[in-house]
Ligand binder design. Sequence first.
Ligand code: AMP
Ligand code: ZN
Length: 136
Amino acid sequence: MKKEDCIFCKIANGEIPSKTLYEDDYFRVILDLGPATKGHALILPKEHAENIFEISEEIASKALVVAKRMAINMTGKLRCDGMNLVQNNGEAAGQTVSHFHIHMIPRYHGDGQQINWVPGDCTQEELEDVKREIVG
Ligand code: AMP
Ligand code: ZN
């Protein structure tokens, strides 16, 4: 199902033009308008789901297969040195468009981009507490 006022629904379903790298029955892969690096692409499901919590398991699993194939293809063509897959869920996590998408960000030695977090530190007890909170 498409959502009426969703820009990625419109792009994924071809109602708004985009630089399309790949398309099948379930997905359109497009170039990001604000690329972090050369070749920054977005995997957009054609069916609307806001985020990882809403997406069907079928589309979620197919999305990773598309990502794998695109990663191989793009790496060969662009001759990039690495590839980040980034997937944001919720405003707190940096999501700005509320239609599930996977960023594919080709990386080049010395590209100056940072897709990192600051590692923290914690004790074994703290890890154990978190583990218990999640798995019981
Ligand atoms: P996120 O912050 O994870 O929600 O990512 C949204 C991404 O969509 C950003 O990288 C934007 O540059 C990109 N974006 C927003 N609108 C468009 C558009 N019309 N076409 C292509 N990319 C877009
Ligand atoms: Zn949508």
